[in-house]
Design a protein around this ligand. Sequence first.
Ligand SMILES: CC(C)(COP(=O)(O)OP(=O)(O)OC[C@H]1O[C@@H](n2cnc3c(N)ncnc32)[C@H](O)[C@@H]1OP(=O)(O)O)[C@@H](O)C(=O)NCCC(=O)NCCS
Length: 238
Amino acid sequence: MTISIRRLEEADIPYAARAIQRTFFPSAVFNDPKAPESKGDPYANWLYDFQPGLLVRNLESLSIRLRWLIDYGCPLVAEEDGKVVGVALWMAPVPKNQSYSDRFWAYTSLWKVWFQQVWMNMRFGYAGLNVHRYNIWKKVQQETHDEVLANDDKGVWFLNIVVVDPAEQGKGIGKKLVTYVLDIADKSGIRCYLESSKWDPNVTIYRKMGFEVAKEMVCDDNGEICKLYSMVREVHKA
Ligand SMILES: CC(C)(COP(=O)(O)OP(=O)(O)OC[C@H]1O[C@@H](n2cnc3c(N)ncnc32)[C@H](O)[C@@H]1OP(=O)(O)O)[C@@H](O)C(=O)NCCC(=O)NCCS
Protein backbone atom coordinates (compact mmCIF):
# COMPACT_ATOMS: atom_id res chain seq x y z
CA MET A 1 0.00 0.00 0.00
CA THR A 2 1.53 3.31 -1.12
CA ILE A 3 -0.05 6.51 0.15
CA SER A 4 0.82 9.80 -1.45
CA ILE A 5 -0.43 13.33 -0.83
CA ARG A 6 -0.91 15.91 -3.57
CA ARG A 7 -2.84 19.13 -4.15
CA LEU A 8 -6.49 18.78 -5.04
CA GLU A 9 -7.28 19.65 -8.67
CA GLU A 10 -10.47 20.56 -10.53
CA ALA A 11 -10.97 16.90 -11.53
CA ASP A 12 -11.03 15.84 -7.85
CA ILE A 13 -13.91 18.18 -6.95
CA PRO A 14 -16.76 15.66 -7.51
CA TYR A 15 -14.99 13.05 -5.32
CA ALA A 16 -14.13 15.56 -2.59
CA ALA A 17 -17.63 17.09 -2.46
CA ARG A 18 -19.29 13.66 -2.29
CA ALA A 19 -16.86 12.41 0.40
CA ILE A 20 -17.61 15.48 2.52
CA GLN A 21 -21.37 15.02 2.10
CA ARG A 22 -21.10 11.34 3.08
CA THR A 23 -19.30 12.37 6.26
CA PHE A 24 -21.56 15.21 7.32
CA PHE A 25 -25.04 14.09 6.29
CA PRO A 26 -26.93 11.10 7.71
CA SER A 27 -27.13 8.14 5.35
CA ALA A 28 -30.94 8.45 5.24
CA VAL A 29 -30.71 11.57 3.03
CA PHE A 30 -28.88 9.76 0.22
CA ASN A 31 -31.71 7.40 -0.64
CA ASP A 32 -29.01 4.84 -1.44
CA PRO A 33 -29.28 1.38 0.17
CA LYS A 34 -25.52 0.90 -0.34
CA ALA A 35 -24.61 4.08 1.63
CA PRO A 36 -22.78 3.13 4.86
CA GLU A 37 -25.04 3.56 7.90
CA SER A 38 -24.40 6.98 9.50
CA LYS A 39 -26.27 9.33 11.82
CA GLY A 40 -24.40 12.30 10.34
CA ASP A 41 -22.33 14.97 11.99
CA PRO A 42 -23.75 16.85 15.05
CA TYR A 43 -22.99 20.26 13.48
CA ALA A 44 -24.68 19.38 10.17
CA ASN A 45 -27.68 17.90 11.98
CA TRP A 46 -28.04 21.17 13.91
CA LEU A 47 -27.54 23.42 10.88
CA TYR A 48 -29.67 21.72 8.24
CA ASP A 49 -33.26 20.57 7.91
CA PHE A 50 -32.93 17.75 5.46
CA GLN A 51 -35.13 18.78 2.54
CA PRO A 52 -35.20 17.70 -1.11
CA GLY A 53 -32.69 19.75 -3.03
CA LEU A 54 -30.27 20.07 -0.13
CA LEU A 55 -27.72 17.64 -1.58
CA VAL A 56 -27.66 19.43 -4.95
CA ARG A 57 -27.40 22.89 -3.37
CA ASN A 58 -24.72 21.71 -0.96
CA LEU A 59 -22.75 20.11 -3.81
CA GLU A 60 -22.77 23.46 -5.61
CA SER A 61 -21.78 25.28 -2.41
CA LEU A 62 -18.88 22.89 -1.76
CA SER A 63 -17.70 23.16 -5.37
CA ILE A 64 -17.57 26.98 -5.13
CA ARG A 65 -15.53 26.69 -1.92
CA LEU A 66 -13.20 24.04 -3.33
CA ARG A 67 -12.46 26.15 -6.43
CA TRP A 68 -11.66 29.14 -4.20
CA LEU A 69 -9.33 26.95 -2.11
CA ILE A 70 -7.52 25.69 -5.21
CA ASP A 71 -6.57 29.34 -5.90
CA TYR A 72 -6.15 30.68 -2.35
CA GLY A 73 -5.66 27.75 0.06
CA CYS A 74 -4.08 24.34 0.26
CA PRO A 75 -6.63 21.64 -0.54
CA LEU A 76 -5.08 18.16 -0.53
CA VAL A 77 -6.04 14.65 -1.55
CA ALA A 78 -4.55 11.35 -0.44
CA GLU A 79 -4.04 8.61 -3.00
CA GLU A 80 -3.66 4.96 -2.07
CA ASP A 81 -2.13 3.02 -4.95
CA GLY A 82 -3.40 5.72 -7.33
CA LYS A 83 -6.97 5.86 -5.97
CA VAL A 84 -8.19 8.99 -4.14
CA VAL A 85 -9.22 7.98 -0.60
CA GLY A 86 -9.14 11.18 1.45
CA VAL A 87 -9.28 14.95 1.35
CA ALA A 88 -8.11 17.79 3.60
CA LEU A 89 -9.09 21.41 3.12
CA TRP A 90 -6.60 23.86 4.56
CA MET A 91 -7.13 27.61 4.49
CA ALA A 92 -3.89 29.53 4.14
CA PRO A 93 -2.74 32.01 6.80
CA VAL A 94 -3.76 35.62 6.29
CA PRO A 95 -1.15 37.92 7.89
CA LYS A 96 -2.51 40.96 9.73
CA ASN A 97 -0.14 43.31 7.88
CA GLN A 98 -0.96 42.01 4.38
CA SER A 99 0.39 44.08 1.52
CA TYR A 100 -2.09 46.30 -0.33
CA SER A 101 -2.04 44.10 -3.45
CA ASP A 102 -2.51 40.85 -1.45
CA ARG A 103 -5.47 42.44 0.35
CA PHE A 104 -6.91 43.64 -2.96
CA TRP A 105 -6.77 40.13 -4.49
CA ALA A 106 -8.12 38.52 -1.30
CA TYR A 107 -11.13 40.87 -1.27
CA THR A 108 -11.67 40.40 -5.01
CA SER A 109 -11.72 36.62 -4.62
CA LEU A 110 -14.16 36.82 -1.69
CA TRP A 111 -16.47 39.09 -3.69
CA LYS A 112 -16.37 36.56 -6.53
CA VAL A 113 -17.37 33.79 -4.08
CA TRP A 114 -20.10 36.03 -2.64
CA PHE A 115 -21.62 36.62 -6.13
CA GLN A 116 -21.43 32.89 -6.90
CA GLN A 117 -23.26 32.15 -3.63
CA VAL A 118 -25.98 34.72 -4.37
CA TRP A 119 -26.47 33.13 -7.80
CA MET A 120 -26.56 29.66 -6.15
CA ASN A 121 -29.23 30.85 -3.66
CA MET A 122 -31.29 32.31 -6.52
CA ARG A 123 -31.18 28.96 -8.32
CA PHE A 124 -31.58 26.54 -5.38
CA GLY A 125 -32.95 28.61 -2.47
CA TYR A 126 -31.61 27.65 0.96
CA ALA A 127 -32.92 24.05 0.58
CA GLY A 128 -32.95 23.36 4.31
CA LEU A 129 -29.96 25.45 5.43
CA ASN A 130 -31.11 27.10 8.68
CA VAL A 131 -29.89 30.66 8.06
CA HIS A 132 -30.68 31.78 11.63
CA ARG A 133 -28.43 29.04 13.03
CA TYR A 134 -25.77 29.75 10.41
CA ASN A 135 -25.62 33.34 11.70
CA ILE A 136 -25.43 32.13 15.34
CA TRP A 137 -22.49 29.88 14.41
CA LYS A 138 -20.72 32.66 12.46
CA LYS A 139 -21.01 35.03 15.45
CA VAL A 140 -19.67 32.42 17.91
CA GLN A 141 -16.87 31.57 15.47
CA GLN A 142 -15.84 35.22 15.10
CA GLU A 143 -15.81 35.73 18.91
CA THR A 144 -13.71 32.57 19.29
CA HIS A 145 -11.20 33.67 16.65
CA ASP A 146 -10.97 37.15 18.26
CA GLU A 147 -10.08 35.48 21.56
CA VAL A 148 -8.05 32.42 20.57
CA LEU A 149 -6.20 33.79 17.52
CA ALA A 150 -5.79 37.39 18.71
CA ASN A 151 -1.98 37.32 18.74
CA ASP A 152 -1.40 35.43 15.49
CA ASP A 153 0.02 38.32 13.47
CA LYS A 154 1.14 35.92 10.72
CA GLY A 155 -2.32 34.26 10.64
CA VAL A 156 -2.90 30.53 11.10
CA TRP A 157 -3.24 27.47 8.88
CA PHE A 158 -6.92 26.55 9.36
CA LEU A 159 -7.83 22.88 8.84
CA ASN A 160 -11.42 23.27 7.67
CA ILE A 161 -12.26 19.66 6.83
CA VAL A 162 -10.42 16.34 6.77
CA VAL A 163 -12.15 13.19 5.60
CA VAL A 164 -10.85 9.70 4.88
CA ASP A 165 -13.01 7.01 3.22
CA PRO A 166 -14.57 4.90 6.00
CA ALA A 167 -12.95 1.69 4.69
CA GLU A 168 -9.50 3.34 4.79
CA GLN A 169 -9.65 4.99 8.21
CA GLY A 170 -7.12 4.10 10.90
CA LYS A 171 -4.30 3.43 8.39
CA GLY A 172 -2.44 6.70 8.91
CA ILE A 173 -3.96 8.50 5.89
CA GLY A 174 -5.60 11.31 7.93
CA LYS A 175 -2.32 11.91 9.72
CA LYS A 176 -0.45 12.21 6.39
CA LEU A 177 -3.01 14.74 5.09
CA VAL A 178 -2.60 16.80 8.24
CA THR A 179 1.17 16.59 8.76
CA TYR A 180 1.77 17.71 5.15
CA VAL A 181 0.75 21.22 6.23
CA LEU A 182 1.94 20.95 9.86
CA ASP A 183 5.49 20.61 8.50
CA ILE A 184 5.08 23.72 6.32
CA ALA A 185 3.59 25.61 9.29
CA ASP A 186 6.41 24.61 11.63
CA LYS A 187 9.05 25.75 9.14
CA SER A 188 7.45 29.20 8.90
CA GLY A 189 6.64 29.52 12.61
CA ILE A 190 2.85 29.59 12.11
CA ARG A 191 0.27 27.99 14.39
CA CYS A 192 -2.45 25.64 13.10
CA TYR A 193 -6.12 25.71 14.00
CA LEU A 194 -9.31 23.64 13.60
CA GLU A 195 -12.85 23.33 14.94
CA SER A 196 -14.11 19.84 15.71
CA SER A 197 -17.80 19.03 16.10
CA LYS A 198 -17.09 15.67 17.75
CA TRP A 199 -15.31 15.05 21.02
CA ASP A 200 -15.07 11.33 20.50
CA PRO A 201 -13.01 10.19 18.67
CA ASN A 202 -11.98 13.33 16.76
CA VAL A 203 -10.55 15.44 19.60
CA THR A 204 -8.47 12.41 20.61
CA ILE A 205 -7.24 11.97 17.03
CA TYR A 206 -6.35 15.67 16.67
CA ARG A 207 -4.54 15.64 20.03
CA LYS A 208 -2.33 12.89 18.62
CA MET A 209 -1.46 15.33 15.83
CA GLY A 210 -0.44 18.02 18.35
CA PHE A 211 -3.65 20.08 18.62
CA GLU A 212 -5.10 21.04 22.04
CA VAL A 213 -8.55 22.32 22.91
CA ALA A 214 -8.43 26.11 23.33
CA LYS A 215 -12.12 26.84 23.81
CA GLU A 216 -15.52 25.19 23.75
CA MET A 217 -17.76 26.97 21.23
CA VAL A 218 -21.40 26.85 22.28
CA CYS A 219 -23.91 27.68 19.54
CA ASP A 220 -27.26 28.07 21.28
CA ASP A 221 -30.53 28.43 19.41
CA ASN A 222 -33.10 28.76 22.24
CA GLY A 223 -31.72 25.74 24.08
CA GLU A 224 -30.94 23.66 20.96
CA ILE A 225 -27.20 23.55 21.31
CA CYS A 226 -24.35 22.62 19.01
CA LYS A 227 -20.89 22.42 20.61
CA LEU A 228 -17.67 22.72 18.69
CA TYR A 229 -14.14 22.40 20.03
CA SER A 230 -11.72 25.09 18.95
CA MET A 231 -8.25 23.49 18.80
CA VAL A 232 -4.82 25.06 18.34
CA ARG A 233 -1.50 23.46 17.49
CA GLU A 234 1.54 25.40 18.65
CA VAL A 235 4.61 25.62 16.45
CA HIS A 236 6.88 22.60 16.91
CA LYS A 237 10.52 23.56 16.66
CA ALA A 238 12.86 21.07 14.98
C1 LIG B 1 -10.76 11.97 11.50
C2 LIG B 1 -10.12 11.20 10.33
C3 LIG B 1 -9.88 12.16 9.17
C4 LIG B 1 -8.75 10.63 10.79
O1 LIG B 1 -8.14 9.96 9.70
P1 LIG B 1 -7.59 8.46 9.84
O2 LIG B 1 -6.88 8.14 8.58
O3 LIG B 1 -8.68 7.58 10.27
O4 LIG B 1 -6.56 8.66 11.05
P2 LIG B 1 -5.10 8.03 11.18
O5 LIG B 1 -5.15 6.57 10.86
O6 LIG B 1 -4.14 8.86 10.41
O7 LIG B 1 -4.84 8.17 12.75
C5 LIG B 1 -4.20 9.31 13.34
C6 LIG B 1 -3.97 9.00 14.82
O8 LIG B 1 -5.24 8.90 15.48
C7 LIG B 1 -5.41 7.60 16.06
N1 LIG B 1 -6.79 7.18 15.82
C8 LIG B 1 -7.39 6.94 14.64
N2 LIG B 1 -8.68 6.60 14.82
C9 LIG B 1 -8.90 6.64 16.17
C10 LIG B 1 -10.03 6.39 17.01
N3 LIG B 1 -11.21 6.03 16.48
N4 LIG B 1 -9.89 6.56 18.35
C11 LIG B 1 -8.71 6.93 18.89
N5 LIG B 1 -7.58 7.18 18.14
C12 LIG B 1 -7.69 7.01 16.81
C13 LIG B 1 -4.42 6.69 15.32
O9 LIG B 1 -4.04 5.60 16.12
C14 LIG B 1 -3.29 7.65 15.06
O10 LIG B 1 -2.51 7.80 16.25
P3 LIG B 1 -0.89 7.71 16.23
O11 LIG B 1 -0.45 9.02 15.62
O12 LIG B 1 -0.52 7.63 17.68
O13 LIG B 1 -0.52 6.56 15.39
C15 LIG B 1 -11.00 10.01 9.87
O14 LIG B 1 -11.18 9.13 10.94
C16 LIG B 1 -12.35 10.43 9.30
O15 LIG B 1 -12.47 10.69 8.11
N6 LIG B 1 -13.37 10.45 10.15
C17 LIG B 1 -14.72 10.79 9.70
C18 LIG B 1 -14.80 12.18 9.19
C19 LIG B 1 -14.59 13.23 10.24
O16 LIG B 1 -15.16 13.16 11.33
N7 LIG B 1 -13.79 14.22 9.87
C20 LIG B 1 -13.54 15.34 10.73
C21 LIG B 1 -14.54 16.39 10.54
S1 LIG B 1 -14.10 17.49 9.27
